[in-house]
Design a protein around this ligand. Structure first.
Ligand code: AMP
Length: 292
């Protein structure tokens, strides 16, 4: 679609609704890629997937204050609107929705979406309120744009599970599409927060993926005891002990609940602070189907 039209950039709920209605009236299916900007090639992979499946692709760029804790990086989160628009234009996006905070949250708003259970462990345990903020803003974006499909990265596996749950539980008519994690050649998962890393920290950050690979290798060699595999993974993350591990966990992928014995596909998930930067990564391992 974007080849025959220029990309539209809008900042209000009314304006994006108008663009989407016009596209629908033209018979287009609608894809949405929600982002917080600082766009990189992993975001572009989501845009590519949306463009493949849908006639009209919307990217939202909104650094959502309600998903950041008081001591987190909301203020210093990287923002570069001009670069983001240029990335979206090159990717062939049809419309970019760039709301200001006041456009998304009226001062009198008091409604939030809270997902229980799924959010108690992993990042939910270390970032109180984070997934309420994510679930609420994504529910709002899905209501505003009303896409046929919405695209999210598997890199944020717990977030993806939360969003799948919200869409089912609130009867939203959108298909949630999970997209594979995009990595640098070193294995480091691409992330906007990688911009915070010094070059030495970037090297240390490679231990996250190395740990996931080591865990996978243990499982595929026949180890079924989750604690033992977690021990191996922990020993790979910065053995000198200068990284701060928030968690290394093995969970059931749909519920995010810890498993003790690894018999079915599991998600290996970890969060580590390298210097001042909190990084997450994960890997799904099927003990019966995967091979080394
Ligand atoms: P963010 O701007 O970080 O909130 O990310 C926007 C979307 O891009 C989310 O659905 C993320 O899961 C996804 N994403 C971010 N990094 C990656 C990556 N390395 N691989 C795949 N998806 C990603």
């Amino acid at each position: 679609m974007a080849d025959s039209r220029t990309m539209q950039v809008v900042r209000t709920v009314d304006a994006i609704r108008e663009l989407v209605s016009a596209a629908r009236a033209d018979g287009c299916s609608i894809g949405l890629v929600p982002t917080m900007g600082a766009l990189h090639h992993a975001h572009v992979s989501l845009m590519d997937a949306a463009r493949r499946d849908c006639d009209f692709t919307v990217v939202s760029v909104f650094v959502n204050p309600t998903q950041f804790g008081p001591n987190e990086d909301y203020e210093r989160y990287p923002r570069d609107e001009a670069a983001d628009l240029s990335t979206c234009r090159s990717a062939g996006v049809d419309a970019v929705f760039l709301p200001a905070v006041g456009e998304m949250y009226a001062p009198e708003a008091v409604t939030a979406v809270r997902v229980a259970g799924l959010t108690s462990g992993l990042c939910g345990a270390f970032r109180p309120g984070h997934f309420d903020g994510v679930a609420t803003v994504v529910a709002k974006l899905l209501n505003i744009v009303q896409p046929d499909r919405a695209y999210f990265g598997e890199k944020d596996a717990q977030q993806l599970a939360v969003i799948r749950r919200v869409v089912i539980d609130l009867d939203m008519p959108t298909e949630v599409v999970g997209c594979p994690t995009v990595r640098e050649e070193s294995g480091l998962a691409v992330s906007s927060r990688n911009a915070y890393l010094s070059s030495a920290e970037r090297v240390r950050a490679q231990s996250l993926y190395a740990a996931l690979q080591a865990g996978r290798a243990r499982i595929l060699s026949g180890e079924r005891d989750a604690e033992s595999v977690i021990g191996t993974m922990r020993s790979v993350i910065d053995p000198a002990g200068s990284a701060k591990v928030d968690y290394v966990s093995i969970v059931e992928p749909a519920t995010m609940q810890p498993v003790a014995r690894i018999e079915d596909p599991v998600l290996l998930a970890l969060a580590v602070r390298i210097g001042g930067t909190r990084l997450i990564d994960n890997l799904t391992v099927d003990p019966s189907a995967d091979s080394l």
